[in-house]
Write a new protein. Structure first.
Length: 79
């Protein structure tokens, strides 16, 4: 077992982490591993929902919007 340092953890957060560890009868390492795994899973699910979810616009609407934006940018001198 090695000792690690976590920077910028305030007293309240450290207290909560210790309480979680004690309440679940687990080591701090196991609790931190669980927290990071949960975070990664929620992040992955979030992006899967955005990238693979139901479309907001139809393909026709998206094409119309794209052509309108191109026209508007050209008129206003944007690249």
């Amino acid at each position: 077992m090695t000792t690690r340092t976590i920077k910028d953890v305030d007293d309240e957060t450290w207290r909560k982490l210790k309480m979680l560890s004690a309440g679940h009868d687990a080591t701090m390492g196991k609790i931190l591993k669980k927290i990071t795994n949960d975070y990664e899973e929620r992040s992955r699910n979030f992006w899967d929902k955005i990238l693979n979810g139901e479309k907001i616009l139809s393909d026709k609407e998206a094409d119309e919007m794209e052509s309108f934006v191109k026209k508007l940018r050209k008129e206003k001198g944007f690249r």
